[in-house]
Design a protein around this ligand. Structure first.
Ligand code: 5AD
Ligand code: SF4
Length: 455
């Protein structure tokens, strides 16, 4: 049987899609390998420009492999396939790519792959000349969107003890910088029963922690199958909190405009819901937020942070921030700096604004020069790092419950795990503890991680 490797770019949603692709291939008898695979699948991301560049760079490398071995199969999928200018380029200039599928037909991939192999068998295998001169055996199928959700796909998890669970797909928000609504389609929520069944199944299989995934999880609206009642995200959290054997619930990503008081209260009431929230702010200026179509102001965001910290003292908060959005003035940027200082985030992902073809902001005339973006970016990162450092320092001396993920990649005898607040902790311990929750006393801290000792 043939072997495969998946190269994944981008967010957790893509990582989870890759787990599903892997699960489906494993079910059909393919084996995963990192050395000389027969099939490579590239799961692409289009959120920022460097993701595009890395994809075409990787394809360039794979062409060399294909020329050396024309039997080799190259498959591409993910968000970039939902953008017409990309598929046009692929179809015109990369005819040797064997299978192309999008974000809405992942479930069809194993059949498409087999269809491609049959086509090759019927029409003759690729020759080096054909790779170079564009003869196609390609199977190419992409849908613009899909109304229904395909349930029951297998997934090969990266970890035994924790798992992603998709609860909704797509996004309706159309932030003006963002490509996601175009690549992932409109919002669709899974039935609550399907989610609960999946989580119960995962728990029976040893999973202790689930991360609920969606572009905007807190706008979840799932209809029950029996009586067609609509559940919101908080209803789902309460129901998950009741599942025996499940220890931790996380979610990602939430939109400030949909963070309800009831959800904030659920952090306090549901013992399994971790004291951690990723709450992307994107910018600290209400003007910029308006131009981004974020639908909240600086003041409203700060009020949410206040409420969260009041309801759940010690809650960790992380964020995403974009620097150099079109028209961002020095004063507006300074409002981002002052918000960052005021909130004092536990951690942050900071991005240089990158125009995405097809989004409104890409057409704005007042694009910020790259040089200015970089200078602002560095100023912001310094403040973010100071915040993370001080938030981490406050953990020293505390005993934390740590879910052990695995051995440290660099130091032998050292394990890595996460606290409820999603803090990375290194400590000495035997590998038998992987997948367990253990008590660790924090002995030292730095900007991105904590050091501890098991108690
Ligand atoms: N440029 C820069 N950053 C972006 N993001 C989304 N689109 C862009 C863009 N065009 C960032 C946002 C989002 C995160 C996943 O990626 O901060 O929250
Ligand atoms: Fe993109 Fe905004 Fe939707 Fe998030 S909420 S995926 S940033 S459009």
């Amino acid at each position: 049987m043939k072997s495969y490797q998946i190269i994944t770019f981008g967010c957790q949603m893509n990582e989870h899609d890759s787990e599903v692709i892997s699960g489906m291939l494993a079910q059909r008898g393919y084996t995963e390998t990192e050395e000389n695979p027969d099939i490579v699948i590239i799961n692409t991301c289009s959120i920022r420009e460097n993701a595009d560049k890395r994809f075409f760079g990787t394809l360039g490398q794979l062409k060399k492999v294909k020329i050396a071995n024309p039997d080799f199969a190259v498959c591409v999928c993910g968000c970039m396939m939902q953008q017409e200018h990309i598929t046009t380029k692929l179809r015109q200039s990369y005819p040797w790519v064997d299978v192309i599928f999008g974000t809405h037909n992942i479930h069809e991939f194993p059949d498409m792959l087999e269809e491609m192999f049959e086509k090759r068998a019927a029409e003759g295998e690729w020759t080096v000349k054909q790779v170079r001169s564009s003869k196609e055996f390609r199977v190419d199928r992409i849908y613009e969107d899909r109304a229904e959700i395909v349930e029951g796909l297998p997934a090969r998890r990266l970890f035994r003890h924790k798992s992603f669970v998709n609860i909704m797909y797509g996004c309706n928000n159309f932030c003006t910088y963002c490509i996601v609504p175009y690549t992932r389609g409109r919002e669709k929520s899974r039935h609550p029963e399907d989610i609960l069944d999946e989580v119960r199944g995962l728990v029976a299989d040893g999973v202790k922690e689930v991360t609920l995934l969606g572009q905007n999880v807190n706008s979840y609206k799932g209809k029950t199958k029996i009586d067609e009642k609509t559940w919101d995200f908080t209803d789902l959290i309460y129901a998950l909190n009741d599942i025996d054997g499940l220890e931790r619930i996380r979610f990602m990503t939430s939109h400030p405009k949909d963070l309800s008081d009831r959800l904030i209260e659920a952090f306090a009431k549901c013992e399994k819901l971790c004291n951690y929230i990723h709450l992307p702010v994107q910018a600290g200026s209400s003007n910029v937020l308006k131009r981004m179509n974020r639908k909240y102001t600086r003041e409203q965001y700060l009020e949410l942070v206040r409420k969260l910290r009041e309801a759940v003292p010690g809650i960790a908060i992380s964020t995403d921030i974009i620097v150099g959005f079109p028209g961002e003035t020095e004063e507006e940027f300074e409002e981002t700096l002052s918000l960052a200082k005021e909130v004092c985030y536990d951690s942050a992902f900071t991005f240089l604004y990158s125009p995405r073809k097809g989004t409104p902001a890409a057409e704005y005339v007042d694009q910020i020069p790259e040089e200015t973006k970089h200078v602002r970016f560095n100023r912001l990162v310094d403040i973010m790092n100071e915040g993370s450092k001080s938030r981490n320092a406050a953990f020293v001396g505390r005993v934390c419950r740590v879910l052990v993920d695995g051995p440290d990649k660099k130091e032998s005898g050292i394990l890595n795990g996460r606290t409820e607040e999603f803090k990375l902790v290194d400590f000495e311990g035997p590998e038998e503890l992987i997948g367990q929750i253990v008590d660790v006393e924090i002995t030292a801290s730095n900007t991105f991680s904590l050091r501890g000792r098991m108690v």
